[in-house]
Every structure is written in C-alpha cells, then in structure tokens.
Design a protein around this ligand. Structure first.
Ligand code: HXC
Length: 518
C-alpha cells in the first residue's frame, strides 16, 4: 500500500467519524433547533483550537445486533481546546448516535478526557444531550456512569467543572452535572429529571409535562439545580465563555489581574441617593453592584432562584471577585433556606478556587415561620455560616444598611474572620429592629400605659434605642468594623483593601475534611 493510499484511508475514517450518526439524523437535530455535538464544540471553543481524542473508538458490545452497528467515535466527541486563549477539556454527547446513549467505550472516552483535565489542571466542560444509559450494554453502561461520577467528585474543588445541558439528561445521568460546579440549560430544548413524566404518572398519578418537570425554567426558578438559563445554544456558549473569564484554570493557579478601563478611584456619587436611610424602604442592590464594579460587568449566578440573595462574579480593579449580597428588593433581603443554600455553595466555589469574596450586607434577619423551621432553616442557615467561616480567601464585608441579629454574624462578620469590615454611616447593627426590641426590654414600663401616653413613651424609647444602637459607631468602637466609609468612596476602598489582601495566608488545623451540614 502506498503512502498516498494510507493517507486516503485516514481521510476516509476522519470523514466518517465527522458524520456521527449520518446526514438524516444530523438534519433531525437541526430541525429541532439544536446544533450537532461537533458544531457545539466548534462554537464553544476559540476558532481552530480543538484537538480531538479517540476519533476512531468503537464499542465492543455484541448483544442485540450491536456488532453490525458501530459509529466511529462511539457517540461522544472528546478533546482539548481553548476558551479566551486558555486551555480547557471538553466532551460533547452526540445525539445522532443512539440518541447520545452512554456505553462502556463512550464512558471511557469521557473518563480519559477528565483524567487529562485533572492531571493538567484545566477546566472540563461537558455538553449533555443523551438518552441515558445505552440499554444494549446493560451494567457496563451503569459502570461507565459511576466512573464518571467518581471523577466528578475527585475533580471537585481542583478544576472548574461546567455542564451544558442541551437536550435530554435523565435518570441517574443527572448526577454527573449535579456534582459539577455550574449547570447551564437551554430554554425549551433541554431537560433534566431523575424520573420522567410517565413514571411519575404511574407511581403518583401526578400529571406533568417534560418541560414543567425538568425544563430550563423549572430548574433555574424552582429547584435551584441549574445556574443559568440560556435563550438558545449560541447564548449558552457565549455565557460559558463569559463565566470562564472570571475563573482560574484550577485551584493551583490564581486568575490574573485584567486590564480595566474603569478608574480605580471612580467616585460612586449615585449611591447616596440609592440606599434610602429609611430602613423600611427597598432598593435594588444590583444597581449598587453595577455602580461599583469594573465597567458595570456583573455575571449573576442563579438570577432566577432565591432572589433575596445575589451571587455572581465580577472584577474590581481588574481582579476577579465573587460577590454575595442581600437583595432588599426581594423579601426585604431576608435570609431563608433557599438563599442560605444558594450563597453557601457559591462561597465554597469561590473559596475552592481562590476567588476573593465581597459581601454586601443589608439583612433584616432570618425569615420566621413554621415553613422555615420545619424545612430545616437551622440546618440550612448553618451551611451559610459554615461556608463563610471555613473560607480562607480574602474577604471584605460592607454593611450598606441593616445588619440584624444572627444574620449580622452569619453575613461574613469580623467574628467569623472576614478580613476587612466596612459600613456606611447609616448602617444599623443591632440584635433586632428598634420597635421589636423596645417591646421586649421595656415591657414593664409600657404595661401600665395606654392611648397617647403609650405611643409617646414607646416612641421616646424607640428614639433612644435607635440613637444607641441603630448606627455603626458601637461596632466601630469595639473594632468590629475597620472603617466607616462614605458611599461615594466604595469602589476605591474595596479595590485598595482587596489589593492589600493579595498575599493572605491562613492555616487551618489538619483534618480529613469538615462535616458541613449537608
Ligand atoms: C440506546 C437509545 C437510548 C438508550 C435513545 N436511543 N435512547 N439507544 N439506549 N438509552 C436511540 C433510539 O433507539 C433511536 O435510535 C435514537 O436513539 C434516537 O431516539 P428517539 O427515541 O428516536 O429520539 P427522540 O424521539 O428525540 O426521544 C429521545 C428520548 C428517547 C426521549 C431520549 O429516545 C428515550 O426515552 N430514550 C430512552 C431513555 C431511557 O429510558 N434511558 C435509560 C434511562 S435510565 P435510532 O436507531 O432509531 O435512531 C438511565 C440510568 C442511568 O439512564 C444510570 C446512571 C447511574
């Protein structure tokens, strides 16, 4: 055989592999508004950067006529490439081959690329579009899933893991994305569930559509399983690239400071008017964030879930930061089960990957009620406390207005080792609001009074309490606040303090791992 013949064999094989499940199935995929697995990789990565592994892998299953049915690559495309000039590993399930169903060889390819990512400390992105375990391969495909799950756990906190859901993701298959750090879902074309509508109907007689049960909206708004809802696949790739721009490649490397055209000492004159001094008036904390960060660029994580807390990535003076902020515009920014869990997981991500944490506090306390207590607010609220307390990244806290009760302690107070604690002059730091406090501590004084006398006395006591406690000066006297700042200086101060913390090192006692309240 001549060299020319050998080359043409290779070309033929490459072309065959590129065709996946064939023209007809590719057309079907396009008709559904979906790109093919290969097109997705091309669109996600920097142009021309993809290097494919295992193009010619095939399965070794002999059951159910599988001997005669082989696709080069076995239904998943794997390899490495670049995003924003940085190396990443990627796998993309090919629905045109057995509906993207996972068998032993398919799983092995994913494991190989995950091992490569871990050994070389680069992020791994999985594009999911699959009918689940390849039924013909039986327990071999279950074993394949478990090998992937195991690697997901091993990689957790070492390299960023991102899942893009672009079609079905059902049954036990959901647990790989679930363990990864961020899940993107595409509206109307993706869904995730442990058991589908048919099984639900048989077991519980409940009727629900696929979309209502496990569509992008359901998981972004109701369950909190997903972190980003994208309007289409192109939007999903763009936002994945945006997210990665804030992250390091692994826990071994820090994100490099980026150039920013936004001046470090830019005054935030808008903030005086934005934060009302009347503590009962809501305002939009997101506006405050957009005002202080570089060029108003804030990537919000889980924007549709637990809206009483904001979490997201941004840069300050070019340095990546994770921002956690109570949102007075929604449920007055109260802490509850969902917001505690949302923020706790976000904090742990930032801490794993050495991303400094900025906490903006305006919190009236924890949400009272039986729903919260029976739902386990004690356990879930403590996750937030645990996450802040265990974090060793640089932490800066700014109290913009209210910081009451246990929520004051939990929201990255000095006492749980935030490095720098700041407050605006109108901050209120107390065990509880003035009215509630007066009714408890002056119950006896107020008991004998009625009508106007009662109102006068109560108002006098409230005023007295407010003067004593509803300000930041007591905390500043005790050194619990490092500085009380003018709102217009927020950006400058945050950047100055952030830079002063860039060499922070904290040593913890040796242990296998802590026992967070899961
Ligand atoms: C083998 C599969 C398959 C599977 C789909 N196909 N799922 N082959 N194993 N799990 C094949 C189909 O036979 C078909 O082959 C092709 O993929 C496309 O499937 P269609 O049904 O034509 O596509 P569509 O109508 O879009 O429906 C997609 C689907 C449906 C909703 C995913 O195929 C489906 O319900 N599949 C079964 C899903 C399932 O029950 N999986 C096991 C879940 S349990 P041809 O040759 O006709 O193109 C599980 C456990 C994981 O995954 C446990 C991990 C711990």
């Amino acid at each position: 055989m001549t060299t020319c013949d050998k080359k043409s064999i290779l070309e033929e094989k490459i072309n065959l592999s590129a065709l996946g499940g064939g023209e007809a199935r590719i057309q079907k995929q396009h008709d559904q508004g979906k790109y093919t697995a290969r097109e997705r990789i091309e669109k996600l990565l920097d142009p021309g950067s993809f290097m494919e592994f295992d193009k010619f892998v095939t399965h070794r299953c002999h059951e159910f006529g599988m001997n005669d049915k082989k696709f080069l690559g076995d239904g998943v495309i794997t390899g490495i490439g670049k995003i924003n000039g940085e190396q990443v590993a990627v796998f993309s399930q090919d629905f045109t081959c057995w509906g993207g169903a996972l068998g032993a060889a398919f799983a092995k390819k994913i494991c190989k690329v995950m091992d490569f990512a871990l050994n070389n400390r680069i992020p791994v992105i999985g594009i999911n579009d699959s009918g689940g375990a390849r039924i013909q391969e039986g327990v071999d495909s279950l074993a394949g899933y478990a090998e992937i799950f195991y690697r997901n756990v091993k990689c957790s906190g070492v390299i960023p893991q991102i899942s893009l859901i672009m079609g079905p993701c059902a049954g036990g298959a959901v647990y790989s994305p679930a363990i990864t750090d961020f899940i993107f879902m595409v509206d109307q074309t993706s869904y995730m569930f442990v058991t589908g509508p048919e099984v639900i109907k048989t077991v519980t007689h409940e009727e629900v559509t696929k979309e209502d049960l496990g569509g992008a909206k359901a998981h972004n708004e109701k369950s909190g399983v997903a972190h980003f809802m994208c309007k289409d696949e192109d939007d999903c790739f763009e936002r994945t690239r945006e997210l990665l721009s804030f992250l390091p490649n692994s826990n071994f490397t820090k994100v490099e400071r980026k150039n920013t055209s936004d001046r470090i000492d830019r005054k935030n004159t808008k903030l005086d008017a934005l934060v009302p001094s009347n503590s009962k008036k809501p305002y939009d904390m997101k506006e405050l964030i957009l005002e202080i960060v570089d060029n108003s660029h804030f990537l919000e994580v889980q924007p549709m879930y637990a809206k009483n807390i904001l979490c997201g990535f941004s840069t300050l003076g070019g340095d990546s930061v994770g921002i956690i902020a109570n949102q007075p515009n929604f449920l007055a920014g109260v802490l509850d089960i969902e917001s505690s869990m949302k923020a706790a997981r976000f904090i742990r991500f930032c801490d794993s990957f050495e991303i400094p944490i900025i906490t903006l506090v305006d919190v009236p306390g924890f949400l009272p009620g039986t729903v919260q207590e029976y739902g386990g607010i004690i356990k879930h609220g403590s996750k937030l406390l645990y996450a802040f307390s265990e974090a060793t990244v640089p932490m800066i806290t700014l109290i913009t207005r209210k910081a009451y009760g246990g929520a004051y302690d939990v929201m990255a107070s000095k006492h749980i080792r935030s490095d720098i604690n700041l407050a605006y002059p109108n901050a209120e730091i107390a065990v509880m609001g003035a009215e509630g406090a007066v009714k408890i501590i002056f119950r006896n004084e107020l008991k004998g009074l009625s009508g106007q006398d009662f109102e006068n006395k109560k108002n006098e006591l409230i005023k007295d309490y407010e003067e004593k406690f509803n300000n930041p000066y007591k905390a500043a006297e005790l050194g619990y606040l490092d500085e009380i700042i003018f709102p217009e200086d927020t950006r400058k101060k945050l950047i100055q303090y952030l830079r002063s913390l860039s060499n922070k090192k904290v040593h913890r006692p040796k242990r296998k791992h802590g026992n967070i309240q899961l």
